[in-house]
Write a protein that binds this ligand. Structure first.
Ligand code: IMP
Length: 423
């Protein structure tokens, strides 16, 4: 497997961090290709819990080169803090590589993210307020400042001043805020540049050369398919392409290099922030999913909305990403329930939808069509192989495979590395 992409098939929080960490045992490089510190990955090793937001989960595997690709947006302060926190816990961060082409999240991006949300009122997206959307907006309107600009103080200052001319008008006139000071930001950011310089490189070249040399590369998507700016539940999405296609654009590696796409799928489904959610449960079952599944955001601590697995969305994710296999996570949480449900279609206004409806407004008021399966009623968190799983759990997995049209190659029954069953 020279190049494998790991993507979330839902609205993020599927357990990609853990799956990436398990896969990373056998790879040489792990690359992030989109998003920024809006992502939250929790990895448990022994008694230790690591929460990562920007550095690829592979960093916890000695010898693996963690790469932050050109498609990401990087808050340099957060990156330096995350590296320092890992180093303080004896994790080697010397191999971290950051693309010179990645865009920087600037202080005004964070500020404008929060202000835009406030002004949207009840229409707010529920962003992580990390400046992600405004940083991508500047990238695509060609006003962005890139990591490489940190090493050219004159260019950096020129770009910053040009950006601030517009941003300060927005801050002062539109949002009634104080203007930001270019010199203070320049001093802060140029210092970050000095601290990061040894990590900055042409990561497209690095990855391509590694692949040519027969090394194994893992592309780690953040967020999930339904949060994709093109393929998700727009506008309640993030501002990048978490789907597998994003891996090539966001890393500078051609699509022919990729031969495996693993769709990480939680055995139920969750979302944070606003937006439609056909299988959302506002009852005791949803409550149990939140509490037993520990469904609180790694980045913002927000309580996640939870519901039954949505196989319409899963089939969609399988198509959009070209999944070759599924890693099914948190199946142990389903041990709590006597009867399990999987949504196999939606119904609205007397019409049945077996695929995601063309008009996304249908997602807001449709009823899920459920198929019921018996639960297994016993704790499976100690299972060490597929053979240890009760027949009802194997049936559930087989049904997921049938509905998705993709084999399940990995099942996770707990947060620990060892609680991972493969076939
Ligand atoms: P943003 O990415 O901060 O702009 O937020 C846009 C939407 O994506 C919001 O609904 C967030 O809650 C959601 N989001 C962003 N990152 C993640 C993630 O890592 N997991 C789950 N949801 C996320």
């Amino acid at each position: 497997m020279p190049a494998t992409v790991i993507v979330g098939t839902q609205w993020g929080d599927e357990g990609k961090g853990k799956v990436t960490d398990v896969f990373a045992e056998n790879v040489d490089l792990v690359a992030r290709y989109q998003g920024g510190n809006n992502a939250g990955h929790t990895i448990v090793i022994g008694d230790e819990r690591f929460a990562l937001t920007l550095i690829p989960s592979g960093v916890l595997n000695p010898g693996v080169t963690p790469v932050i690709g050109n498609g990401t947006v990087v808050d340099p302060k957060v990156l330096l803090e995350e590296m320092a926190a890992l180093a303080a816990r004896d994790v080697d961060v010397s191999l971290v590589r950051l693309s010179a082409n990645a865009h920087l999240i600037m202080p005004y991006h964070r500020k404008i993210d929060a202000l835009q949300e406030r002004f949207l009122g009840s229409g707010q997206i529920g962003t992580t307020k990390r400046g992600i959307g405004p940083a991508y907006t500047d990238k695509f309107s060609r006003h962005g400042i890139r990591v490489q600009d940190l090493f050219d103080p004159k260019i950096f200052r020129d770009k910053l001043e040009a950006a601030l001319k517009e941003k300060n008008k927005t801050l002062v006139k539109l949002y009634n805020q104080l203007p930001m000071d270019a010199e203070a930001i320049a001093a802060e950011y140029l210092e970050y540049g000095r601290q990061l310089e040894s990590h900055v490189t042409d990561t497209s070249l690095l990855l391509s050369e590694a692949l040519e040399a027969g090394k194994e590369v893992l592309f780690e998507g953040a967020q999930g398919t339904l949060l994709d700016i093109d393929h998700g539940t727009y506008p309640f999405v993030t501002s990048s392409n978490p789907t597998a296609g994003g891996a090539t654009i966001g890393s500078g590696v051609g699509p022919t290099a990729i031969d495996k796409v693993v769709g990480v799928t939680k055995a139920y489904i969750s979302r944070v922030g606003s937006g439609p959610f056909p299988t959302e449960l506002d009852d005791e079952i949803g409550e149990t999913m939140i509490e037993v599944g520990g469904e609180y955001g790694t980045v913002t601590g927000r309580r996640r909305r939870c519901g039954w697995l949505d196989a319409v969305a899963l089939r969609y994710a399988s198509r959009i990403n070209g999944l070759t296999e599924i890693a099914l996570t948190k199946i142990d949480v389903l041990s709590e329930f006597e009867t399990l449900k999987i949504c196999v279609a939606y119904e609205a206004d007397g019409e049945r939808y077996d695929e995601l409806p063309r008009q996304h407004r249908v997602l807001y008021n449709c009823e899920p069509v459920y198929e019921e399966l018996p639960g297994w009623g016993i704790d499976i968190s100690g299972a060490e192989s597929f053979e240890d799983l009760p027949p009802a759990a194997l049936d559930y997995i087989a049904r997921v495979e049938e509905l998705a049209g993709v084999p399940v190659s990995m099942v996770s029954v707990g947060p620990q590395r060892k609680a991972t069953l493969t076939r």
